[in-house]
Write a protein that binds this ligand. Structure first.
Ligand code: PGA
Length: 251
């Protein structure tokens, strides 16, 4: 069984200012007119832009998200940080957590586990990232790394239907390199089985792919029905590139 509904999620990273509203508007207009396939779009932008963008968009298929939050719920003495409930109040419907760029600057499985809890408690959907490094891939540890990251950060009692599992091989992010079809099929089946085995959920798990997705390689990904959507970094900063990915997915 696979999910028919597909997700195209943008991760803008540290990019954008008020003038970037034009990118949001172009993607939104495209999606409004685009009747092919069942899909939703989420663009995860810097915190400085969430409220501004969110007010311009009212849609059941287009949402604005955030890219990280502090693990502490509510308010606290954490200079420079923002909690999930604060993100929720400005209109974020999703938050990316566990991104490898944040793991590099100190996010551990335990911290990510707390962040996921605070986001779910604030009623924000979580885009939970995990994936192996090149060295781990070379030493054939991909599955054990994935398992360890998932089980280390997602507790049995978390609401799985609000967690989007985003497989992002670290060696693929921003490099132009991607796993091949065979590797992807095996890894997605492994991830979905692990989720089914370890968590109680009636809905099918949503598992996304992220890492160097672009308008050329998307046709390779679209042949793999196990992939429920994409987390798109660099290419989501351009309306044309992002739109071409969606168009080519359905070609
Ligand atoms: P990329 O980034 O598409 O630029 O490789 C993906 C991500 O970091 O989520």
């Amino acid at each position: 069984m696979t999910n028919k509904l597909k997700y195209f999620i943008g991760n803008w990273k540290m990019f954008g200012d008020n003038s970037s509203l034009k990118v949001i508007k172009q993607i939104y207009k495209f999606r409004t007119d685009f009747k092919t396939g069942k899909n939703k779009i989420v663009i995860c932008v810097p915190n400085t832009l969430i409220s501004f963008f969110e007010k311009k968009i009212k849609s059941k298929f287009f949402y604005i998200g955030a890219q990280n939050c502090h693990q502490n719920p509510g308010y606290g003495a954490f200079t420079g940080s923002v909690s999930a409930s604060m993100l929720k109040k400005v209109g974020a419907k999703y938050v990316i957590l566990g991104h490898s760029e944040n793991r590099k600057s100190g996010d551990t499985n335990k911290i990510i586990q707390e962040k996921i809890k605070s986001a779910l408690d604030a009623k924000i959907n979580v885009i939970f990232c995990f994936g192996e490094t090149l060295n781990e891939k070379r030493s054939k540890k991909t599955f054990s790394v994935i398992r360890n990251q998932i089980l280390g950060s997602v507790k049995k009692n978390y609401t799985i239907k609000n967690i989007f599992f985003a497989y992002e091989p670290v060696w693929s992010i921003g490099t132009g390199k991607t796993p091949n079809v065979d590797e992807l099929k095996k890894t997605f089946n492994y991830i979905k089985n692990e989720i089914k085995k370890n968590f109680k959920t009636r809905s099918l798990p949503i598992v996304l792919y992220g890492g160097s997705v672009n308008h050329n390689n998307i046709s390779m990904f679209s042949s793999i029905s196990e992939i429920d959507g994409f987390l798109i970094g660099g290419a989501s900063q351009s309306a044309k590139k992002f739109i071409d990915i969606i168009k080519n997915y359905y070609k």
